[in-house]
Design a protein around this ligand. Structure first.
Ligand code: FAD
Length: 324
């Protein structure tokens, strides 16, 4: 059962910010993650402010510079189905189309997808783990087959969002507003590494609302993709995923951004793999080098060593597919 909390339905961004200025509150968007967490007692709230009536937060618009602005309340389904995004930012369209199930994509929003809580079974279960304020991460010595292989530090979750690695690869930036201030944050800097704070998922302040995500205009020659492997052929989170955004000059890679999902507590940038392919024509030897580089420095836990060949295979497949 849901615990008791006060509820306000904001009518505009300014109204939501005024409510947050008045009292600390959790932000409710589509509710597909937040309400389950409250019901299961993973955390609690005295106040909840819903954004669902804030129409200015919804929609996908072409920006004056040729980029795209996506309101934080835009549904994942609308992003997956949008023609501009499908034609110009394939990685994002592909990522959005493999988020959860059709019902969840209709209800879940981009802002909520980027800010959702991790799916670790210790965090979601009846364990007083470090992320919930306890002393330790139970996954480190426990059932860690779905946990991270890099960047773990004190907490070994994997970041759950599929859209985040795609947006990070595409160089997207988000806008965040709080009472009296607003700022831009690169998506690749939005998520909090456990080494800095194992109890927060994002760098957003408690009174900040993510209002929109801005994609830069696609560079000439940009090709991008996102693919994830999951334990089954139905909806599921990424065991391993790869987002590529590569700018080609003819057959040659002019620049590359590569982010892994299912690897780390945040979308994980592999600069080693990027360096391995930059300036090349993506021949087989280069792809093999990049695949090995993508897992360079990874330190699997006792039960997730299988992720190393999984990532290598996925990077190989995705690079072979994108060069054609
Ligand atoms: C069964 C299941 C399977 C799923 N599978 C996948 C999957 O495969 N891939 C994937 O990426 N996701 C998956 N998800 C997660 C799903 O995509 C998210 O639940 C959804 O995107 C969250 O959106 P929401 O609008 O419902 O967020 P809410 O539940 O409303 O909010 C989620 C969190 O984000 C915060 N928040 C929401 N909007 C904002 C904002 N504008 N500014 C600041 N904070 C905000 C909330 O306070 C809350 O902490 C799955 C979820 C479920 C329940």
């Amino acid at each position: 059962m849901l615990p008791k909390f006060s509820y306000a339905r904001a009518t505009s961004i300014d109204n939501a910010l005024a409510i947050l200025n008045d009292r600390p509150a959790l932000i409710l968007a589509g509710g597909t993650d937040l309400l389950g967490c409250l019901r299961d007692g993973i955390y609690s709230a005295d106040n909840v402010v819903s954004l669902s009536a804030v129409e200015e937060l919804r929609g996908i618009r072409i920006a004056a510079d040729g980029g795209v602005r996506i309101g934080a309340l835009t549904s994942i389904a609308d992003i997956a189905d949008n023609d501009s995004i499908n034609q110009r930012y394939e990685a994002l369209a592909q990522a959005a189309s493999v988020v959860a199930s059709p019902q969840l994509r209709n209800q879940g929003t981009l802002g909520g997808n980027l800010c959702q809580k991790p799916r670790c079974w210790y965090y979601r279960g009846d364990f007083d783990c470090l992320r919930k304020g306890g002393e330790k991460c139970f996954a480190y010595e426990g059932e860690n087959q779905y946990h991270c292989i890099v960047g773990g530090d004190s907490c070994y979750i994997v970041h759950p969002s599929d859209t985040a690695p795609a947006l990070a690869a595409l160089g997207a930036v988000c806008r965040a507003s709080a009472p009296g201030r607003s700022r831009s944050i690169a998506i690749e800097k939005l998520h909090m590494p456990p080494s800095e704070d194992p109890r927060s998922e994002t760098v957003l302040d408690p009174d900040e609302i993510l209002t929109e995500v801005v994609l830069p205009p696609p560079a000439p020659g940009l090709r991008s993709s996102y693919r994830k492997v999951r334990t089954r052929g139905a909806w599921d989170f990424a065991l391993a995923g790869v987002a590529l955004a590569i700018v080609f000059d003819g057959d040659t890679v002019r620049s590359a951004r590569i982010f892994l999902s299912g690897a780390a507590p945040v979308p994980w940038r592999s600069t080693a793999a990027e360096e391995a392919i930059t300036g090349t024509t993506l021949d087989a030897a280069t792809i093999a080098k990049a695949a090995a580089a993508a897992v360079e420095g990874a330190e699997p836990l006792a039960k997730n060593g299988y992720k190393l060949p999984l990532f290598e295979g996925l990077v190989t497949e995705q690079l072979e597919a994108i060069r054609k």
